[in-house]
Design a protein around this ligand. Structure first.
Ligand SMILES: Cc1cc2nc3c(=O)[nH]c(=O)nc-3n(C[C@H](O)[C@H](O)[C@H](O)COP(=O)(O)OP(=O)(O)OC[C@H]3O[C@@H](n4cnc5c(N)ncnc54)[C@H](O)[C@@H]3O)c2cc1C
Length: 386
């Protein structure tokens, strides 16, 4: 998104992606109303909505056996009053195909950044590994948008604060059948959680486990895991045996962390590279996009004329840091108190807050705003190319 917006403003941009394509399934699929609004502002919405996707207008969860309507997106002050579920590879292919229409945009796949180029303490570019050999790319600004295991922030020597998260996620596919529930589903039970993402012809299943417990789960055997999944989502009983080999089950480690400084001369980190997000609330993708919009809003005009100063870069951090802190604070709270991956001793009663959501529909707009729009929503106002 940052590459798209900067190229749209006429800034020469080279995006380096280490994989040969965007086809990886270990990320979330949620495109929130705030991001859909940005697509509208960019004039891309109509075409975007032609891509295969599902629309979620109301978030329903099953908590200790009780179905709860938890968030109502239909009253949001946005063009699209729903979350669009679209696999991230479709989203990225869509965005990059549009970015390629700008003459100053270049996307280089199979180009893995392995180091930073530093002259006189200023970052002046990156060194990348490609099938044709090593490559040096120099520029006025390097943007580290390389995710949770960012080589960019590691090489920059940035200090990172870790917020302990007590969970990991097992990620697997289970086939869909006619008659299955229609919506993407979350099943909570006494501190445990199973999420099912509807990916058209299969369910992407996320099963929350206590951090470090995968070996213990493996030792208990596959039938036990299958039973555990069925105890959350009974309708999967007739096909959970598809999970007949551990190679079909991926362990995704969950982290929440944040850099103290997101920038130094010539370098800015955004998205998970600056602040790794957990899946809680399904907001990480949208937060990363909001960072990209703020980056373009604050820097595009200046980058058209050359390098930007460290103070310019600090402005991006200053703008995006408090929404990030707020959301990460919420995620840490959820992992410590609500979804811990371990069975709690509590009974089957519905927690009071959720009962309120059930009784007073108007309250469902609060989680809808927090999830769907997030704090400090960015609107796109960087320039277009002259
Ligand atoms: C299990 C799990 C489920 C989640 N579910 C959701 C969800 O449903 N909704 C949601 O909004 N968020 C979700 N999140 C959080 C979300 O995935 C992240 O917050 C979001 O992907 C961050 O986007 P990003 O662009 O900063 O980083 P990423 O999406 O990680 O993208 C980084 C990109 O950089 C590339 N790259 C990495 N290293 C290099 C390198 N050295 N050289 C070149 N390229 C490189 C990667 O291949 C990748 O394409 C989930 C997270 C987890 C762990």
């Amino acid at each position: 998104m940052a590459g798209y917006l900067l190229a749209r403003a006429g800034v020469p941009v080279a995006v380096l992606e280490k994989h040969a394509d965007f086809n990886r399934d270990f990320r979330g699929d949620t495109i929130h109303p705030s991001t859909l609004q940005l697509m509208f502002e960019l004039g891309l919405l109509a075409e975007f909505l032609k891509q295969p996707h599902q629309e979620l207008r109301e978030l329903r969860v099953v908590v200790n056996g009780h179905a709860v309507p938890a968030a109502d997106f239909t009253k949001l002050p946005t063009r699209c009053k729903f979350i669009a579920f679209m696999p991230q590879w479709d989203f990225l292919n869509f965005l990059s195909s549009h970015a390629k229409r700008f003459p100053t945009f270049q996307l280089r796949m199979k180009a893995e950044v392995i180091d930073l180029l530093i002259d006189n303490r200023r970052v002046t570019g990156v060194r990348a590994k490609t099938p044709e050999g090593e490559l040096e790319v120099r520029g006025d600004l390097v943007i580290g948008a390389d995710g949770r295991h960012s080589i960019v922030h590691t090489r920059a020597g940035f200090e990172q604060r870790e917020f302990g998260v007590p969970i990991d996620v097992l990620w697997m596919r289970i086939s869909k059948k006619q008659g299955d529930p229609k919506q993407t589903l979350g099943f909570f039970q006494h501190g445990k959680l199973v999420v099912l993402l509807d990916r058209d012809d299969y369910w992407q299943c996320g099963f929350v486990i206590p951090k470090g417990a995968f070996d213990e789960i493996k030792a208990r055997g596959l039938p036990q895991l299958q039973n555990d999944i069925v105890s959350f989502a009974g309708f999967l009983r007739d096909r959970v045996a598809e999970l007949d080999d551990w190679s079909k089950i991926k362990l995704l480690t969950v982290q929440i962390n944040r850099l103290r400084n997101w920038c130094r001369e010539g370098l800015l980190c955004i998205g998970d590279s600056a602040h790794a997000m957990s899946p809680a609330g399904g907001v990480g993708i949208n937060l990363a996009i909001q960072d990209a919009v703020a980056t373009a809003n604050l820097l595009a005009e200046k980058l058209r004329n050359g390098p930007v100063s460290i103070d310019d870069l600090r402005e991006v951090q200053a703008r995006r840091e408090w929404p990030t802190r707020l959301i990460q604070g919420m995620q840490v709270f959820i992992h410590r108190r609500v979804v811990t991956g371990r069975a709690s001793e509590r009974g089957n009663a519905l927690p009071f807050v959720l009962r309120l959501l059930k009784w007073f529909p108007v309250l469902r707009q609060i989680p809808a705003r927090f999830i769907g729009l997030g704090p400090r929503r960015e609107h796109f106002h960087s320039p277009t190319a002259a």
